[in-house]
Structure formats: C-alpha cells, structure tokens
Design a protein around this ligand. Structure first.
Ligand code: BEZ
Length: 401
C-alpha cells in the first residue's frame, strides 16, 4: 500500500490548485474506467474532510478503511490497494473540481467519500456523468440512493431518512407530544428533521417549531433561549463533529438538560463523548450502531481499531471499515480484476456483510438495509437501549434502478 500524494491537506490543496486547467479539461468529457493491468495496484481515491468541523469524522473513516485493508495484508480480493487523498473541507462549492481531479488527473479507479450531504450530492453527479464507482461512507443525502441512484453508487452508512424516521415513534411512546427540532440548515439537517417529523406526526405527535442555523455555525445561544421560551416536552437535534460537541455542552450549560430531554440522530453523541463529558449523559439517539453491540465482529473491530489508532472506534470508523469490506466483495468476485467491474458491482449489490453494526445487506439503490438502535449515553459511551427498527430499508423514493 503506498501513498501517492502529500498526506498534509494544505500541501495537497496547493498541489491540486496548480492543475485547475487540467481539471476544467477533464470535466469536459466523460472519463473511461481506467484499464488497469492485473497486478497493478487498484487506485482508491479518498475524498473526505480532513479539516473543519467534520475533520475527525473523515479521519476515522480513512482509518477504518485502511484497517480493513491492512487486515488483508494490503490487498482486497488479492488486488493491492493504493490511496490518493483529497481534503474536501466539507465545501460543496469545491466538490465537483475535487472529484474531477481525482478521476481525470489522479486516475483513481474508484472514489470513497464523503461526510457532508451537500458535497456528496456533487460527487454523485460526477460519478453518474463519468460512470465512476462511488462508495459513500457517511453522507446521508436521500437522493444518492433515491432519484440519483446508479448501479455504480453505493453507501455503507445510512440515508438521512433511515436513521431518524424510527425516532418519531420512540419519542411518542416515551410520552412526548410537543417537540422542537433543531439542526444546521442544509440537506442533512433538513432531511433528518423532516424524517423525524414524518415518524413523530404519524405516531400522533406535533413538531411545534423547527430551529436552524447555517452550516457550520455554532452560535447556538439565541436558539437555546428560544427552546427555553417554547418549553417543549423534548428536543430532537441533528449536529455532528465539533458542532455536536458545542451544542450538547451549550444545552447543558443553559440547564435545559435538567428540564427538557434531549434526543437526536446518533451523530449528536457518536465520536464526541470524550469532548462532551458528563454533559452528554442521558442523551438518547437513534443510529445504526451502538458502542456495546454484543457481536463478535464489533468486539474484534473495536480491539483492532484501538490497537491501530489508540482511540475508541465509532460509527464513522465502522462505515469506513465496511466500505473496504464491500469493495473486497467486488474484488473477490473478479479475483481482483477491476476491468470486470460489471461483475464486481453485481457482487457488491448482493453482498451480505457481517458488520460491527450487525448484519448489513443492500437494497436495489445500493443503500444498506440494517437495524436502527435506540442508544443512551451512559458510562461515557452510547449504550444500546433497544432496537428502534429491525432491518430498516430506505424507501429509495425516485430510484429507477
Ligand atoms: C451529512 O451531511 O450527511 C452528515 C454529516 C455528518 C454526520 C451525519 C451526516
């Protein structure tokens, strides 16, 4: 396994900026799938946030993917793997250029990315236009496995709908009737709070207000004051990474955690508890992972991730690890020959992966079918409370695959 470009994101960005002309030219035509001779490494492009509020998420996806490859001795399905990285900075406006550079100049065979739904939407468009294989290891934009679905596009994470709709019934059953939702104002925030609302109103509850601020702002004070004034039965929130750390701490600092229970999509407390400390205790979330899932794959994964990085694994590391597991299924089917990509993609669609999250298969749009768990922060981790939805399948609205 070798690294092709500078690890440092700044030097990488400078490196890329020098080739703007090439990128423009590359964007103007459809890129063929590179014909790679057997034996040459498969070039995997990571397009992830290595800086900004989602930096830790990107790094854990990268670490999780590499862990899986290392466990297979640096190959997947017998094919050596090499990496090219780009820091997407969670900036949708740079996404098309970054993607075109990876494909057109760096000649990657496939792309792994990204975290932010807005960036992912631009990546999906390029992947469709250039017939490039894309595995999304986090971003939940419903469209990627909905109206924008394609045979070469997969997700090893979730759709924004999938992890939040089940929370509606959970919160109604817990006795909450009037709820305020709060999130960043962009695709993920809008779609997650909408999905929660769909489940909650179906159960009989009412969303009394939706509060939002632009991504990635973290000036929560005015919105927290508004929640205190509205006095809902509970709050449902979507924030992630550095923003989630600050929101949970600000909510507790205002004393609201004592009077208005805080719920959310699992990203509110995944990978963030070391920084949130006791302020996260008691927060309940839904997600397709819990730290204490009692299955052999999770135990082995957590031990291996800790040994590799010195850190506790989280959902982002799991999604990266599983992206490599999914690619391995395709490469195993073709004995490492990516020029037989059609066969590899069919094997990937049919894959059944024994993930640390539990069993994972894929629907016709390439989105995981998976259990969604209710978790509560106890003992400094996201502990399993119950299964909020068994084998939840995204409806793939608008997918014509
Ligand atoms: C998203 O933009 O889709 C997203 C970002 C962070 C965590 C979860 C989802």
């Amino acid at each position: 396994m070798s690294l092709i470009v500078p690890q440092n994101s700044l030097s990488r960005r400078r490196f890329l900026m020098g080739s703007a002309g090439l990128a423009t030219a590359a964007a103007a035509f459809r890129f063929p799938t590179p014909a790679i001779a057997q034996g040459a490494p498969l070039r995997v492009g990571f397009m992830l946030p290595y800086s900004g509020t989602f930096a830790k998420l990107g790094k854990f996806i990268d670490d999780g993917f590499r862990l899986h490859v290392e466990q297979q001795g640096g190959s997947l399905g017998g094919r050596r793997i090499e990496f090219v990285q780009v820091d997407d900075e969670s900036k949708p406006e740079s996404a098309t250029d970054n993607m075109n550079r990876l494909i057109g100049r760096d000649k990657v065979d496939l792309v792994i990315g990204t975290v932010h739904s807005g960036v992912a939407m631009a990546m999906v468009k390029v992947a469709r236009d250039t017939n490039t294989t894309l595995i999304i290891p986090n971003a939940g934009a419903n469209e990627a496995t909905g109206p924008m679905c394609a045979p070469q596009i997969f997700r090893t994470s979730f759709s924004n709908w999938q992890v939040c709709q089940p929370m509606g019934k959970v919160m109604f059953d817990a006795g909450h009737r009037n709820v305020v939702t709060i999130s960043w104002r962009y695709a993920a925030g809008d779609q997650m709070t909408d999905a929660f609302k769909e489940g909650f109103t179906k159960a009989g509850g009412k969303v009394v207000d939706h509060l939002a601020l632009p991504f990635p702002e973290v000036e929560f004070q005015a919105l927290i004051t508004r929640i205190a004034t509205l006095k809902p039965d509970a709050v449902f929130a979507f924030f992630a990474g550095g923003g989630a750390v600050k929101f949970v701490k600000d909510y507790a600092a205002a004393g609201l955690n004592k009077s208005i229970p805080l719920y959310g999509a699992g990203f509110l407390t995944d990978g963030t508890i070391p920084a949130q400390g006791a302020d996260a205790t008691g927060v309940k979330t839904t997600l397709h992972y819990a730290d204490d899932l009692d299955n052999p794959a999770n135990k082995a994964f957590l031990a291996a991730f800790k040994a590799k990085t010195g850190q506790d694994g989280d959902i982002y590391a799991v999604q990266g690890f599983d992206a490599a597991a999914l690619l391995a299924e395709g490469l195993k089917a073709t004995k490492g020959d990516w020029s037989a990509r059609k066969e590899a993609l069919a094997a990937m669609r049919a894959a059944k992966i024994d993930s640390p999250r539990g069993p994972m298969s894929f629907n016709r749009a390439g989105n995981p079918v998976q259990d969604v768990y209710l978790r509560e922060v106890r003992n400094g981790r996201n502990e399993l409370v119950s299964i909020a939805g068994k084998a939840v399948d995204d409806p793939a609205r608008g997918c014509r695959a």
